[in-house]
Write a protein that binds this ligand. Structure first.
Ligand SMILES: Nc1ncnc2c1ncn2[C@@H]1O[C@H](COP(=O)(O)OP(=O)(O)O)[C@@H](O)[C@H]1O
Ligand SMILES: [Mg+2]
Length: 492
């Protein structure tokens, strides 16, 4: 019996060793086969690219993307796209321009070249006319479609210099979101084109060309906009924002240089580099944690400055308030030198927050260190401060601006509510777009001149630690103050 048992164990061990060897051999074979398939696909791709290069009449105008217009490769893989339902629900977008793989915030994403249902065409189809903007962050140029003669704007996506095969999530979001949008007050993305070098080192958005941005106009115009013109611009801005917010999109970088204006008086929201979709909770905020380091400093809402990670549409409405003020005076409303100074200027205009005016603000990460004057101390209402700052603005205008600049995000109107505000119903009525004045287009000729203004924060940066901020002297000695926020901010 014992020997049978022994022999049974021996058999089992032998079997196991044999099985193990077979498994290893199989794995090796499979790996070999996989490499062969990859190698073959690569060769096929190269041959295909060469064939297309040869057959294209326009030298250098070849496109080596994986899918040919009439002969798709055999192994096509489609990446499921987020927000498909929203995209399906919307019509009017130009033809599909490529699939995008979603990834969590902060990571690099790849354009799934092999799965493009309609491959990106080559940038060679466009002839550059002139640079519009070349800054630290990006490059935009005016260009002409060689085939149709149509003038467009080309915007180069910022690729990560260290990883040329990857596109930063912001770039992909910009494509994705613009692709999902079709509204007269949102700039139209016509297509995405790529440079000819492989691996792709240039991805460009082809946008409808718009003659001006509001910042350039404001910088150059000798007289401010008329009240009726401000109203036209604001109504269009609110319509565009209402459209975005209705589609769960936060722009997160609304400012005058990102608002374009064409010669027919139409305003277009542009620059979706900071934008993203949000999931919503019932309070209008976001269910997930978002980065607080968004929105260019001068347009950044107080909850962001105080480090809020759950925020919502109201951050854009704060920026709309800042833009409103800027349209009236031609000067940015709250030009903070840094985060603490920005907050100081906000409190100077809107008063310091109290538990009554902004319930729960103390729970925000940066609010714990705030030292504020006692609540009994007199402070004027935001409306009164606004009335003082904008003496020509009507009462309705002051009340709208004051509500947009509510410290408590929940008290700010939504874009739809803004459109319903009596400000838009009162005289002077909004000027008809067709009657809007035209301006000489700098974009049509040369690079736009820029004054030094802050840019949107860079991804991956840390939210400023504001330290202990002492605002207790905020309302003292105003007469001695200089223009602007005036009071000094003591860091203790
Ligand atoms: N479609 C367009 N037509 C004309 N000019 C544009 C267009 N898009 C952008 N610009 C100009 O280029 C500038 C920068 O573009 P933007 O999209 O804001 O990129 P960035 O991310 O570099 O700020 C804008 O302020 C505007 O002057
Ligand atoms: Mg911009």
């Amino acid at each position: 019996m014992a020997s049978t048992a022994k022999s049974r164990w021996a058999d089992a061990e032998e079997d196991a060793a044999f099985e193990e060897k077979r498994r290893r051999d199989k794995e090796k074979k499979e790996e070999k086969r996989r490499l062969k398939v990859i190698e073959k696909a690569k060769k096929e791709k190269e041959a295909e690219a060469a064939r297309r290069a040869a057959s294209t009449s326009n030298a250098g105008n070849n496109n080596t993307d994986d899918v040919d217009g009439d002969r798709p490769l055999k192994r096509r893989k489609y990446t499921p796209e987020p927000h498909d339902s929203r995209r399906a629900a919307q019509n009017g977008t130009p033809k599909e321009r490529g699939e995008i793989t979603a990834a969590p915030e902060g990571s690099l994403l790849r354009l799934t070249g092999g799965s493009l249902p309609d491959p990106c065409r080559s940038v060679e189809r466009y002839e550059k006319l002139n640079d519009i903007e070349e800054g630290a962050y990006g490059w935009v140029a005016r260009a002409k479609d060689k085939a149709t003669g149509e003038v467009v704007a080309l915007k180069r996506l910022k690729l990560d210099a260290n990883d040329r095969s990857g596109v930063p999530v912001t770039g992909l979001r910009e494509i994705q979101l613009l692709k999902d949008c079709a509204h007269r007050n949102v700039v139209e993305l016509r297509e995405v084109v790529v440079g000819d070098r492989r691996p792709i080192d240039n991805i460009l958005l082809v946008l409808e060309f718009v003659e001006h941005d509001l910042k350039s106009i404001l910088e150059d115009m000798p007289q401010p906009f008329l009240a009726s013109e401000v109203k036209t611009l604001l109504r269009q801005l609110a319509s565009g924002v209402a459209y975005l917010h209705g589609r769960w999109i936060l722009h997160r970088d609304l400012k005058t240089s990102n608002l374009l204006l064409n010669n027919r008086g139409q305003l277009k929201i542009a620059d979706f580099g900071m934008a993203r979709y949000i999931e919503e909770d019932t309070s209008g905020g976001s269910t997930s944690h978002l980065t607080a380091l968004v929105v260019t400093l001068w347009y950044r809402a107080p909850e962001l400055l105080l480090g809020a990670r759950r925020y919502g549409r109201a951050v854009d409405m704060w920026s709309v308030g800042c833009i409103f003020g800027e349209l009236l005076t031609r000067e940015p409303l709250l030009q903070g030198k840094n985060e603490a100074d920005e907050l100081a200027r906000i409190f100077d205009l809107c008063g310091v927050p109290t538990d009554a005016t902004w319930p729960g603000f103390r729970r925000l990460p940066n609010a714990r260190a705030l030292r504020l004057p006692p609540s009994s101390q007199h402070q004027q209402s935001t409306t009164a401060a606004i009335r003082g700052k904008f003496p020509l603005l009507t009462t309705a205008g002051c009340s709208l601006l004051a509500s947009l600049l509510s410290l408590d995000p929940e008290k700010r109107p939504t874009a739809d509510e803004m459109l319903d505000h009596e400000y838009f119903r009162q005289d002077p009525r909004a000027k008809q777009e067709a009657m809007f004045p035209t301006f000489p287009s700098k974009a049509g000729q040369e690079r736009r001149r820029r004054r030094d203004t802050p840019n949107a924060p860079q991804r991956g940066g840390a939210v400023a630690d504001l330290g202990n901020m002492d605002f207790t002297g905020i309302f003292g000695g105003r007469d001695k103050e200089e223009r602007g926020a005036g009071f000094s901010l003591r860091m203790v």
